[in-house]
Design a protein around this ligand. Sequence first.
Ligand code: AMP
Ligand code: MG
Length: 421
Amino acid sequence: MLSVEEALQKILDEVDTLEEETAPILESLGQVLAEDIKSDINVPPLDNSAMDGYAVMSADTTGAGEKTPKYLRVIDTVMAGSISRQEVVPGTAVRIMTGAPVPRGADSVVQFENTDDDKHKKSAPDQPVTRVGILSEAPSGLNIRKAGETISKGAIALKKGTVLRAAEIGMMASLGYSRVKVIRRPVVAILSTGNELVEVDKPLPEGKIHDSNGYSIASLVKRYGCVPRMLGIARDDEESLISKLKQAQDADMLLTTGGVSMGDYDMVKDILARDGELVFWKVRVKPGKPLAFGKIKGKNKSIPHMGLPGNAVSCMVSFELFVRPALLKMMGKKNFAKPTVEAIMEDSVKNDAGRRLYDRAIIERRNGHYYARLTGSQSSGILTSMSLANGLVIISEDRKIVNKGETVQTLMLDWNEEVNI
Ligand code: AMP
Ligand code: MG
């Protein structure tokens, strides 16, 4: 049986980065840039004020102080978005708002707090200020944002390969890009298998259960920036399975759940082996041992297929460990690992399966340490153990027992703000 690392490597070896597409910048959140973004303009375009205050000549403020104000004649007011036609000459100042271009002649801005502006505004609020007292020295360049200081004209603002987050999308907007070339999002076909399964909106006959895997897996697909395509439920017979698989032919990946264990009707892996290519079946991991990985024939290409185990927890854990990295690679990303932290166990854990154990846990930081406690029964069908968890405790295959108080590695599925602990 393959180790987790061996299985993951085999999967990554078989998937390729997808082609590029052009997307509106807001749609590109989380995608990988497929071109360098070059700046045709300076951002900001002109020297402008970082404060509300007075644009002055620095030399006019020499010796200015609370008790020794330097008085200047106010010749104009300029707001953000406007340009002052006036030139600041010795003995004059322009009242200026944050973001407004610095008028010609001025080389520094004195913020309102260091002037007597408020005195004028209090005594005659409706009158323009005609004379202002400067109450501190303003060295040249004070409170001035230089043209091009964010991004200079001609520079590469964002490199190909960058993962686009809010800041990068803001940068593209400031450069006047409305669309951008990115690696396209994988379309992931999702098929639940099992005679016991019933759609969520149908009543439950005796002996049946609702298909929950289709929804948890589609949510993970969405969460990591890909596009789920729900194919619904296939019965445990060849005909049903093969007809549903037809709808996956132009997807970039196929995920099935169920039908890969030893049960009598577990045929997904057999059909795979016959009609496609089975790369491996079974991994030394718990939960998730019966994972099957292979390829099916698509329209113009072969499509990677992961046969996830049917148990509600197993299929989600298998997704995090094996599907997520494959999807990230398809999206052009380089960093596939979720964060891990070292935590002190608050429960003891037995591992007699000889497989790598990923137990569901609540990982919390208290007094400078991380602590991990299990979320109740670890049976692989109990989805609440996953719902309560924000991480997985990792117990290596050769470690038979971990006692309370011992340190373990934990894989963070979510940081605290996203879970209900
Ligand atoms: P299997 O791998 O098909 O033997 O399924 C293992 C267990 O997972 C069985 O108890 C199934 O009823 C359950 N199961 C399989 N598929 C689903 C699904 N889509 N939603 C909820 N439970 C499922
Ligand atoms: Mg089944």
